[in-house]
Write a protein that binds this ligand. Sequence first.
Ligand code: HEC
Length: 144
Amino acid sequence: MINEGVNLTKDTDVVLSPTSDADLPSKELKSSMSSLLAIAVTFVIVAIAIIFWIFRPPLNQYNQSVLSLSGDPVQGRSIFVMNCVACHGQWANGKVGPNLHGVSNRKSDARLIHQVVSGETPPMPQFQPSPQDMADLLSYLKQL
Ligand code: HEC
């Protein structure tokens, strides 16, 4: 019994040393794998950030250029008559689309611009006015 026990520990000792030798390269492999994973995760995060960066600025740039211009409400009125009265009524009192009087109290400039250019609320179409046209339209909407 005792002998067997001694023999066993000897055996495991013999078996253990090669495994610990074999463990060393696999640990290196594991650490290089985890650093590779860390690089991959970083890369994905950076890629997502870049995608957001690419897609976000145009909207902000558009908003910024609209808001940097001074709008003419008379011009805005004529743009409104040509594009919006069918749904919002001759005097913006509402038809298919809602009454727009006091809309600027409910919505910020950015949200008003977004409402016009996004096309997110059908049946209202997606408009693509030039920044100056949008500035004119915005100044008209704000004085309703
Ligand atoms: C085809 C019909 C249609 C046309 C054309 C249209 N709209 Fe609209 N509009 C709507 C509808 C419907 C809504 C309500 C959308 C919703 O919130 O679900 C709306 C909502 C809005 C709102 C938000 C109102 C609020 O109370 O939040 C604004 C501002 C607006 N329109 C401005 C315009 C302007 C400016 C034009 C012209 C450039 C225009 N719309 C052209 C149908 C139209």
